[in-house]
Ligand binder design. Structure first.
Ligand code: NDP
Length: 480
């Protein structure tokens, strides 16, 4: 059975205590690899290696760091088929999606920050005849990067690339549910000849390895993407240590459909926003609010399209929704479908597990599920489900829909469909979220700030925001 290894100080290493966890393919339910069940000893080794590499790496001209990142991006592109297959098997997502989105984006993350760092500059503030100030933006030291299982390599590299470009060295942990592409990335770094200790990847449980990274006294900056409860736990450890912290957390995003929308576009995009990656994207629009005059028309068209989605073997070209990433997550989603019924919701389509034949008979699959008839305040409409489950709610006025859209603890993203430009901008301004898409969903420009408000997180990733996060500004004042 394939054994995943830690990547520490440029070398692939067994976990120091020799313990392994089982890694399942969620589409077959079978264990297909072993993951290091690493301990504090491994985190210590990785941190020491990163500390040792730091003076060299941070002292390199940025052009040289940029070249290393470009080399890694090229190798990701070269191995994109192997990486996409690994991602699909490990996560359960359709292979076609991994090929189209996850792996190209991982390469783009490295390429983007390899070039962004070359344009990253700082300010001078003059004080006239009294002198001037200049600001230096220096790397911080060893950065801890912790990422989730839904978009494994995509989100892992979204943190690592800016941290490295800015001159930090890194100790990173992927989710133990989806470790494979992070392991393949360590092989890529070795092939690229990345200097030892610059990037270290420690595999294992969040409660052990993740916790040890967050609480390590020599890791002063933590970038985390994951659930809001875990984010709160991390804040409690990191805040008293005065660590710099970036938190990208959960979402319960509203998708608002006005009667004057481009109807076909709104239906087509809403289906994508609801069920892409089995609904396991923090940006999915899980609460669909529809203006009353087109509620029935939209509902019927949306259900018709949803029923056409194919739930199946992730490796099959025709599959739209693959397997749910883990059994625990499957159980969580099914418990929310049950809750929705208890709260008085009507299941318009889906609502059940899908049992596939053959090698997928032990996999965990759920039909895309559409629910109506729920109060906007009920738990189903307030808590993050993070699966292929959406609710439909009618509204009559702009005030009403803004009130319902903003009613959750979350504030990550929102989507608005209308042909009325003034209305679109007005609604976008009033949504309490870090991101709003008008007449589209998940259109990304890597230069833009990415993140949420309220319990969806603290700080922003993307563009120069991430480079600012991974550096400390120092102002130097020159007085004449
Ligand atoms: P978790 O919070 O459970 O885990 C995220 C990562 O943190 C994993 O690597 C996990 O390790 C690790 N971890 C778990 N416990 C700790 C701990 N005590 N200390 C340090 N690290 C820990 O989230 P999920 O993996 O379940 O991901 C789903 C969540 O991520 C959803 O809420 C989703 O909304 C959010 N998300 C947010 C995004 C955003 O940009 N805002 C993007 C994508 C997802 P392990 O898995 O090994 O236990």
């Amino acid at each position: 059975m394939k054994k995943i290894l830690n990547y520490i100080d440029g070398t692939l290493l067994e976990p120091s205590e020799g313990n392994y966890l089982e890694n399942k393919n969620p589409a077959t339910g079978k264990v297909y690899s072993l993951i290091p069940d690493s301990s504090a000893i491994d985190v210590e080794l990785a941190t020491k290696a990163a500390q040792t590499a730091y003076p060299f790496w941070s002292g390199l001209p940025k052009e040289e760091r940029s070249n290393w990142l470009l080399k890694i991006a090229e190798l990701i592109d070269k191995k994109s088929d192997e990486l996409a297959l690994a991602e699909s098997i490990d996560q359960g997502k359709p292979l076609s999606l991994a090929k189209r989105v996850d792996i190209p984006r991982a390469a783009a993350n490295f390429r983007f920050y390899a070039t962004a760092i070359l344009h990253f500059s700082s300010e001078t503030n003059d004080m006239g005849s009294n002198g001037f100030n200049y600001t230096i933006k220096s790397p911080i030291g060893v950065a801890g990067c912790i990422s989730p299982w839904n978009l494994p390599l995509y989100l892992f590299t979204w943190k690592i690339a800016p941290a490295l470009a800015a001159g930090n060295t890194v100790v990173a942990k992927p989710s133990e549910i989806t470790p494979m592409t992070a392991y393949l990335l360590s092989e890529i770094c070795i092939e690229a000849g990345l200097p030892k200790g610059v990037l270290n990847i420690v595999h294992g449980l969040g409660s052990k390895v993740g916790n040890d990274i967050v609480s390590h006294k020599n890791i002063p900056v933590i970038s985390f993407t994951g659930g809001t409860t875990t984010g709160e736990h991390i804040s409690r450890i990191a805040a008293p240590m005065f660590k710099k912290l970036s938190l990208e957390l959960g979402g319960k995003n509203p998708n608002i459909i006005f009667a004057d929308c481009d109807f076909e576009l709104a239906v087509k995009t809403s289906v994508l926003a609801s069920f892409s990656n089995q609904g396991e994207i923090c940006l999915c629009g899980s609460r669909i609010f529809i203006e009353k005059s087109i509620y029935e028309k939209f509902k019927n068209a949306f259900i018709e399209k949803t029923k056409n989605l194919v739930v199946g073997n992730p490796l099959d070209e025709k599959t739209n929704l693959g397997a749910i990433a883990s059994e625990a997550h499957f159980n969580k989603i099914m418990s929310y479908i049950k809750l929705a019924k208890e709260e008085g919701g009507t299941i318009l389509c889906g609502g059940d597990e899908v049992k596939l034949d053959g090698e997928n008979s032990e996999g965990k699959f759920i039909l895309p599920t559409v629910i109506e008839g729920l109060e906007y305040k009920c738990r189903t409409n307030q808590e993050e489900i993070f699966g292929p489950v959406v609710t439909l709610t009618p509204f009559e006025t702009e005030e009403e829909v803004i009130m319902m859209a903003n009613s959750t603890q979350y504030g990550l993203a929102g989507t608005v469909f209308t042909q009325n430009l003034t209305k679109a901008h007005k609604i976008a301004l009033q949504l309490h979220s870090g991101i709003v898409w008008i007449n589209c969903w998940l259109v990304r420009d890597l230069r833009t700030p990415f993140g949420g408000v309220k319990n969806s997180g603290v700080g922003r990733e993307g563009g120069f925001e991430a480079l600012n996060f991974f550096t400390e500004p120092k102002n130097i004042c020159v007085h004449f």
